[in-house]
Design a protein around this ligand. Structure first.
Ligand code: HEM
Length: 262
């Protein structure tokens, strides 16, 4: 048993070495996966990764829904009904997309609260905070436009209320409403625009912005980790110094004893 396990571990290492030599994938993964985090509140530092995971699920299930969803006022709701009742795993995929969106809003909110409470918006991480604000606005808009894509009573009236709110935007209110409606009232052009915003435009902005967010994170590291680790490093260095001194004096004593013995 142990021999088989050892051999399997050895094979695994061979495969990893082979990949590393040719693609540098292993060191890349190691760099991406291991980020020092402060000891206090360690688990709260996983909320960003949880957000990333949920967004990825949204992208994947969204692509699958697109195989059947039809963005016309006549067929939108019928296509969703079809997905729910006739498509293999349709109910599961739609459920994941719907509940995933709700969970995503909660988790992104918690992630924002964590970064706020740990003071991660302070220098030099202000830009990451600003990018984060853009991300939460985009994710909220994605959830809102997705809600209306169902084109049922709830979605339809939610969009109407949204338009009423948008119309009060100073200076650009009227222009924003006509852009979002595609005319003077809610109609087929509105659904087409909702579809474009939800499926193309916003994900196309969101994906690179997430990339920028992660690059900035790598640039400065997690807030609090740097000084905590430097403190630990300083302690470690001091301990090593003491150990070296002890070794030095011990070897000195040994030498003295051996010379006396001679
Ligand atoms: C699409 C949405 C988002 C994704 C995928 C995402 C992802 C991440 C990840 C993976 C981390 C590192 C792990 C962690 O600290 O939890 C992180 C850190 C961070 N995020 Fe986000 N995030 C998002 C939204 C936000 C929002 C809405 C804000 C705030 C307005 C924000 C501000 C920050 C800041 C300031 C850091 C650095 C944390 C530190 O240095 O302690 N993020 N994000």
């Amino acid at each position: 048993m142990t021999r088989i396990r050892d051999r399997m571990a050895e094979r695994g290492r061979d495969v990893a070495d082979w990949l590393e030599e040719r693609t540098r994938l292993v060191s890349f993964m190691e760099k991406q996966l291991y980020e020092p985090t402060p000891r206090r509140g360690m688990w709260l530092y996983t909320l960003g990764s949880a957000t990333l995971f949920l967004i990825t699920i949204q992208f994947l299930t969204g692509i699958l829904l697109l195989f059947y969803y039809v963005p016309t006022t006549k067929d939108a709701w019928n296509s969703i009904y079809y997905i729910m009742h006739h498509v293999y795993f349709g109910q599961l995929i739609r459920g994941m997309h719907f509940w995933g969106a709700n969970l995503l809003l909660i988790v992104i909110g918690l992630h924002m609260i964590r970064t706020f409470l740990s003071g991660s918006y302070k220098p030099p991480r202000e830009m990451n905070w600003v990018v984060g604000v853009a991300l939460i606005i985009l994710v909220s808009l994605l959830a809102f436009t997705g809600y209306a894509l169902r084109w049922d009573q709830e979605g339809f009236y939610a969009w109407e209320v949204g338009m009423k709110i948008a119309s009060y935007t100073p200076l650009i209110g009227a222009w924003a409403v006509s852009l979002l409606l595609g005319g003077d009232t809610v109609g087929p052009a509105t659904l087409s625009r909702l579809f474009v915003f939800h499926v193309w435009l916003m994900p196309a902005i969101l994906a690179p912005l997430i990339g920028v967010h992660l690059i900035l994170l790598r640039l400065h590291g997690e807030f609090g980790a740097a000084f905590e680790y430097s403190e630990r490093l300083a302690k470690l260095n001091k301990r090593k110094q003491y150990e070296r001194m002890e070794e030095y004096f011990a070897s000195d004593e040994e030498e003295e004893e051996s010379s006396r013995g001679e």
